[in-house]
Write a protein that binds this ligand. Structure first.
Ligand SMILES: Nc1ncnc2c1ncn2[C@@H]1O[C@H](COP(=O)(O)OP(=O)(O)OP(=O)(O)O)[C@@H](O)[C@H]1O
Ligand SMILES: [Mg+2]
Length: 240
């Protein structure tokens, strides 16, 4: 399997504060890869460094479809095909559901047929969004806002979708809906890089995973092996 994303020995600092200490990871075509870890481990830093939203790489390389992307502007990285659903949702609360979704398609000028098809696809995945098409983003429930954030990322027609803690602060039953949709999205061919503290739901849909602790990858294995790993069960799954 060829890799769509490759990160090699990435070091990242916020000024003097070291956040990533040489992490390496890859995502293959068609794969769901999860990056697991506790608070402050460096998960968000990894995703925002990939999408170019923060500067601070001191060493290492990020390649997307074989091309080095670290150092490129965020809009250029997005245009190459990386969509990033940010931690804490970040939808436009004054805009309607439809307007939020169309913001995701802003780089696709002229592709009206493709945009219409992807809109259908998002509404098929998340019927609640269709029902709330004209509702203001800020008035949606937390779970619906998360669906909207995922839907907006899909409207970019990405080649890789990165998600930062899509289960955060959402009721278990809605988390199930969202992860069923993520599984479907991957079945339809899109690779996912999924950051989660909730190992149970992440390992359910992932093929492989990495565990990050204080800026270092301490473990990497198949999802099944990670789910059976005692360290993971004790540290991240709340099993004693
Ligand atoms: N803007 C910033 N300035 C300085 N330090 C930062 C900044 N953002 C994050 N850090 C630090 O970098 C480290 C990694 O943070 P990061 O947000 O990547 O962790 P995380 O794994 O996403 O955690 P969480 O699960 O709580 O979201 C932490 O020690 C954090 O304090
Ligand atoms: Mg985070």
């Amino acid at each position: 399997m060829s890799n769509i994303l490759e990160i090699e020995n990435l070091h990242f600092q916020y000024g003097e504060i070291v956040a990533l200490r040489g992490i390496s990871l890859n995502v293959g075509e068609g794969e769901v890869v999860t990056l697991l870890g506790g608070n402050g481990a460096g998960k968000t830093t990894t995703l925002t460094a990939i999408s170019g939203l923060i500067n601070g790489i001191t060493q290492g390389e990020i390649r997307f479809m074989g091309e080095k992307i670290n150092g490129k502007a965020p809009h250029k990285i997005a245009a190459l095909g990386i969509a990033h659903s940010l931690e804490g949702r970040h939808i436009f609360s004054q805009l309607t559901v439809m307007e939020n979704l169309m913001m995701g398609a802003y780089l696709r000028k002229g592709d009206n047929a493709g945009i219409a098809k992807d809109l259908e696809y998002v509404f098929h995945l998340f019927p609640r969004l269709k029902e709330r098409e004209k509702q203001q983003g800020g008035t949606l429930s937390g779970g619906e806002q998360q669906m909207l954030a995922v839907g907006r990322a899909l409207m970019q027609a990405p080649k890789l979708l990165m998600l930062d803690e899509p289960s955060l602060g959402i009721a278990p039953i809605i988390v199930e809906d969202i992860f069923r949709a993520l599984h479907q999205i991957n079945q339809d061919g899109l690779p996912l890089l999924l950051v989660e503290q909730n190992c149970n739901v992440a390992l359910d849909i992932a093929h492989r995973g990495y565990v990050i602790e204080t800026g270092e990858i301490i473990l990497s294995d198949t999802a099944q092996a990670l789910a059976e790993n005692e360290l993971i069960q004790k540290s991240y799954m709340g099993m004693e």
